[in-house]
Ligand binder design. Sequence first.
Ligand code: ZN
Length: 334
Amino acid sequence: MEEKWLVGVDLGGTTIKMAFISLEGDILHGWEIDTDKREKGLHIPAAIAASIDQKLEELEQTKNRLMGIGIGAPGPVNEKDGSIEGAINLGWGKFPLQTILERETSLPAVVENDANIAAIGEMWKGAGGGARNLICVTLGTGVGGGIIVNGEIVHGVNGAAGEIGHITSVPKDGARCNCGKQGCLETVASATGITRLAQAELSSSDQPSLLRDYDAITAKLVFDAANEGDELAKRVIHEVAFHLGLALANLANGLNPEKIVIGGGVSRAGDSLLAPLKREVARFAFPRVAQGVEIVPAALGNNAGVIGAAWLAKEKIMNKSIGQNGVLGIGHGS
Ligand code: ZN
């Protein structure tokens, strides 16, 4: 019998990344489509289904080839029925994603939060390297997180576990966060946050800096300037590393993870961020926790999400359904 494929889907506010993935976690065919946000995102599941059909046709395959779909979406997930509690980026209020996607595709589907599928992808095929206790943090426009304990994503009581970006890092007079709080880690360790910190440094001192040559500061410019020895930029990076290191060390003290995986666009700064970050984590972590943990850059880049989604499809649909019902049933977690 020919080997079955998994479908991994990483649903974002602008694009939907999709892939057919082998049971071993290798991407066989990857592609992406634009996110159709018309009518409050109502057409998204149908667009995913149509795109899968079209790709199968291109590859001269039938749907029998596919075992199931794993999908990551930007919002808290209700584990019981695979619905999204609300995804502002997509225009969704409470949205029964699993039910609609299963109806549109005639395939079993598993729904998870997008930061969590990226964490699972890194655990399975990326920087996790077999570790079953890891913290993943994604430093992009915002700061996302996923926590895996004993190989399982931690969801918490109502699906909001792993919100590392909203750990309060600046308790006094911190910048306003999108979540409504002030001083969240996201306000200092995201690309937006780094830019803001640099602008504050530039306006509060007369110190010469390469950054003064630019009209618009970006996080990348700050890292580039720091790499060229710019003192003001280096101070900004150290402030970022301090807040990120403090938050991650405190989280690690509670979880004693084997790996902390750092991903997202900001992590491309490489050692100019990782080296000071490692020092700060070592400083703030309980000694035995610090000994046990390794801080590593993410390895899968933008593919972490689809790979993690496929892993979920494989685990939840294949193993659990066969194990519990004796047949390949639809649905999970009940
Ligand atoms: Zn926040």
